[in-house]
Design a protein around this ligand. Structure first.
Ligand SMILES: C[C@@](CO)(OP(=O)(O)O)[C@H](O)COP(=O)(O)OP(=O)(O)OC[C@H]1O[C@@H](n2ccc(N)nc2=O)[C@H](O)[C@@H]1O
Ligand SMILES: Nc1ncnc2c1ncn2[C@@H]1O[C@H](COP(=O)(O)OP(=O)(O)O)[C@@H](O)[C@H]1O
Length: 314
């Protein structure tokens, strides 16, 4: 068999249609109930075979590339090292080229997408033959959102977000995504909601968070209007406390008749559900013209998780 020279893997961004944040657990993570939904903003990761002993390297371009670390803290690099360790490779020899289409620290799981992409890429490049279960288990080790970046589609997340149940959702949804100039720290936003709860400035968490039945019914029916009305995010007050200017984008979404609008995950990206593509264009124009967003994208959901799009053999 000819050696594989390079592979390209594409991985999607996520939004949380609902994010219920429970109390802090003994391990420092929050117990979650969330509905993940993969949307069509993508990172593309090329993985090339290199000289034996060369190790892992990564270059990054695309949106907010300057904010992505290129050292061992990059989640794609961590994923490559984990695969190498798992399959007993002495040296993880791979050169990554990462093209970012997902905002960095935007609450859209961009780093998790890259970790998932790297798992799929290294498995293919090194002919590791890892199965779905093994990939999902390694994904959970890399981060709470990484398993969903592998799975894609629409899925309920529980535990710290890593335990997934796919949702049989009907319909395709059109999202307008308002990007911010700078990211928000995920631990910072979780810390803020804890402080706000302690100070009585945010509702107390339920011990075992649960997903709203109306949201599940809307997804089963493929009813965009009902879905828009049930979008919710327990982290939103904390993200807004740290980035009050996001209110402006949410206000514009309401004015232009978005079916729903929320902060995505830990923010600062805000996402709006449109009625159709012409309504999505109206929303995008209004958000851009107001200056409430640094950049605006339109994307469909659900889309698949991290997947191989090209393989080059020598
Ligand atoms: C908030 C969410 C919602 O989907 O996504 P983002 O908005 O960041 O994309 C996730 O919970 C982020 O998941 P992810 O970014 O993978 O988090 P991890 O690397 O596992 O953890 C980073 C830090 O976030 C906090 N954390 C994360 C998950 C969780 N269930 N409880 C937490 O308290 C902890 O402070 C942890 O140290
Ligand atoms: N491949 C990567 N892409 C983006 N950020 C990364 C990556 N690897 C590590 N990081 C770090 O992870 C942090 C969170 O990034 P990201 O996953 O994009 O955001 P979020 O947790 O809000 O979804 C970034 O600030 C960055 O320092």
């Amino acid at each position: 068999m000819a050696a594989t020279e390079a592979v390209i893997v594409r991985a999607p961004a996520k939004i949380n249609l609902e994010l219920r944040v429970g109390p802090v657990r003994d391990d420092g993570y929050h117990e979650l109930a969330t509905v993940f939904h993969a949307v069509g903003l993508f990172d593309d990761l090329t993985a090339r075979a290199t000289e034996p002993g060369a190790g892992v390297s990564i270059t990054v371009d695309g949106i907010q590339a300057e904010d992505v670390p290129t050292d061992d803290s990059n989640l794609a690099v961590k994923a490559a090292r984990l695969v190498a360790e798992r399959i007993g490779l002495d040296s993880p020899d791979v050169a990554f080229e990462l093209r970012k289409g997902i905002p960095v620290a935007g609450g859209m799981a961009g780093g998790s997408a890259d970790a998932a992409a790297a798992l799929v890429a290294c498995d293919a490049l090194w002919h590791a033959g890892l199965d779905r279960e093994q990939l999902l288990e390694m994904a959970a080790e890399l981060g709470s959102d990484v398993p969903f970046s592998l799975l894609g589609g629409t899925a309920i997340g529980s535990g710290r977000g890593e335990l997934l149940t796919p949702v049989l959702a009907r319909g395709e949804y059109i999202w307008v995504i308002a990007l911010a100039d700078h990211g928000l720290s995920t631990p910072g936003v979780y810390g803020k909601i804890d402080a706000m709860r302690e100070a009585g400035e945010a509702p107390q968490p339920t011990p075992v968070p649960e997903i709203n039945d109306d949201l599940m019914a809307a997804l089963r029916a493929g009813d965009a209007e009902a879905l828009g009305a049930t979008l919710s995010n327990d982290l939103q007050p904390a993200a807004l406390a740290q980035a009050p200017h996001l209110e402006k984008a949410l206000e514009i979404g309401r004015k232009v008749g978005a079916l729903g609008g929320i902060v995505s995950g830990s923010g600062p990206t805000t996402v709006f559900l449109a009625r159709d593509s012409s309504h999505a264009l109206d929303l995008a124009v209004a958000l851009t013209a107001s200056g409430a967003a640094a950049d605006v994208r339109r994307a469909h959901g659900p889309v698949p998780g991290a997947r191989l799009v090209e393989s080059v053999r020598g």
